[in-house]
Design a protein around this ligand. Structure first.
Ligand code: SF4
Length: 486
């Protein structure tokens, strides 16, 4: 029987503090330490340094055993990638990574060229840590830069400053990492096109092999979401124009409604200033402030186009909606997600996708609660919070929207078999989808006004006769997928 390929994700749910936009599961370090020192599995307990997070390794290792016992055939697989994500993996001591990598080495075989990534936050990327990671086989570093502008970073609740990014990056290079990715976010409060331009220039100056550029979305459970919700609940006692006048005069809304005292005082400024007064006015009137995006979608779309044009004009392939890479530097781990390859995720809130037989696929997500996770692990139970067996329809839908995320797209013939052709034609007609008839053929992209302007190397390498998202389509990809799904 053929040995299966598998990607492995380890979630590190610890951060110095919570960023205002972050919807990932993570705990501030102090809380995590107190949970860890009280709840780790007894078998591992003696290994836990009281205020050191490396004891978390014991729980993760035990989860590997539970998974293998529960699903069988996991040990012995080819590990094609290993990804330590978070949270903030770079908070962990080197022995954490050593124990996990050692355990994987013992129970899986790393395939040749396996990608081993550690996410690093700029403030915790020191030379010694990079040295240790490199020595134990880590070959890719992903740095959470987000922006190089100190005001944007501060407003986003990041703990690092712009200069920390370059220092961290240089440390990684000095140690010899030749595969570095930088994350940036577009649409953060206080950002402007000028700031984005200088962020992109700074990125170019560093010259990483890979860039992930995300459009900000405001998710439930984040500081930004709560603030927007309060704004939406706010009933101005006077006319909207009066609210705007106060905003324009930089006054806190507190000035006109005492019940909301102090809630704008975070960062000593009125949150409403992050919106221009017109869109605020309009959204307030339409009750749209709970939208999952910033109110000014046009602005974010402008950022996205600017960013895509800049990066593709500087030798990066736009190989997935939010991802750009130099030649052969696409993230192997993330490609597994988009290509529906199998992966296991360990740690609280981590997800797995397993193909138990050709027709039986499951997706599952662990509980997003460290204490609960450790308790389950301690009882030798699978720490699963949600599990589903995919139906045929689910599989087809996933095939459509995951394939379309990437520049390879989906074969035209295959799409014709699994979705409505009138919808596809309509989306092509309106410039959201495009046809690619041969490898590197740009002529088909001329129907896309946004792509027409791009430089030659902007054009993604497409499979023969494929359907791909245009730039315009990428900006509203979720809506496009909903139209195409069965
Ligand atoms: S460091 Fe990353 S994971 Fe942690 S709170 Fe900030 S964005 Fe979220």
């Amino acid at each position: 029987m053929k040995t299966k390929n598998i990607a492995i994700y380890i979630h590190i749910p610890f951060c110095i503090s919570k960023c205002n936009y972050c919807g990932f599961y993570s705990l501030p370090v102090e809380n995590a330490c107190s949970v860890l020192s009280g709840n780790l599995p007894s078998r591992q307990k003696r290994d836990i340094p009281k205020d050191n997070l490396s004891g978390y390794a014991g729980a993760v290792i035990r989860e590997f055993d539970i998974l293998n016992e529960r699903y069988g055939g996991i040990f012995g697989s080819n590990a094609i990638s290993l990804y330590f994500g978070g949270g903030t993996p770079s908070l962990m001591a080197a022995d954490f990574f050593e124990r996990i990598i050692g355990y994987i080495n013992k129970n899986f075989s790393f395939s040749s060229g396996a990608e081993i990534t550690v996410e690093v936050n700029p403030e915790s990327g020191d030379y010694a840590k990079f040295r240790a990671l490199k020595d134990m086989g880590v070959n890719r570093i992903s740095i959470g830069a987000q922006s190089f502008n100190d005001e944007v970073l501060k407003f986003a609740g990041r703990v690092h400053a712009g200069r920390d990014i370059s220092k961290c990056y240089e440390n990684a290079r000095k140690v010899g990492f030749d595969n570095i990715s930088l994350d940036i976010i577009m649409g953060l409060p206080k950002q402007s096109l000028d700031i984005l331009d200088s962020d992109l220039t700074a990125v170019k100056g560093l010259d990483p092999e890979h860039i992930s550029a995300y459009m900000l979305s405001i998710e439930k459970g984040t500081v930004f979401y709560d603030q927007l919700k309060k704004l939406a609940e706010f009933k101005p006692p006077e006319k909207i124009s009066d609210v705007n006048r106060n905003i324009n005069e930089n006054k806190c809304i507190e000035c006109i409604d005492g019940d909301y005292s102090n809630f704008y005082k975070r960062n000593s400024r009125c949150l409403s200033n992050i919106y221009n007064s017109n869109s605020f006015d309009e959204n307030l009137r339409n009750g749209n402030l709970l939208d999952d995006k910033f109110d000014d979608d046009d602005k974010i779309a402008e950022y996205f186009i600017r960013c895509a044009e800049f990066l593709t004009g500087n030798d990066y392939d736009h190989y997935e909606i939010s991802n750009f890479a130099k030649k052969k530097r696409q993230s192997r781990h993330n490609l597994t997600y988009w290509q529906r390859g199998e992966y296991i995720g360990l740690g609280p809130s981590a997800s797995s996708f397993l193909r138990l037989s050709p027709d039986a696929e499951i997706r599952k997500t662990n509980v997003a609660d460290l204490e609960l996770y450790l308790g389950r692990i301690s009882n030798y139970e699978e720490p699963v919070g949600y599990i589903e067996t995919l139906t045929k329809k689910d599989m087809i839908n996933e095939e459509i929207f995951l394939s379309l995320r990437t520049a390879l797209g989906i074969k035209k013939k295959r799409l014709a078999e699994i979705t409505r052709q009138d919808v596809v034609k309509d989306l092509i007609k309106h410039g959201f989808l495009s046809l690619s008839d041969s490898k590197n053929d740009s002529s088909n992209l001329e129907t896309d006004p946004l792509r027409r302007k791009r430089k030659k190397n902007y054009i993604p390498i497409c499979q023969e006769k494929s359907v791909i998202l245009t730039l315009k389509g990428m900006m509203v990809s979720n809506e496009i997928f909903v139209k195409l799904l069965k």
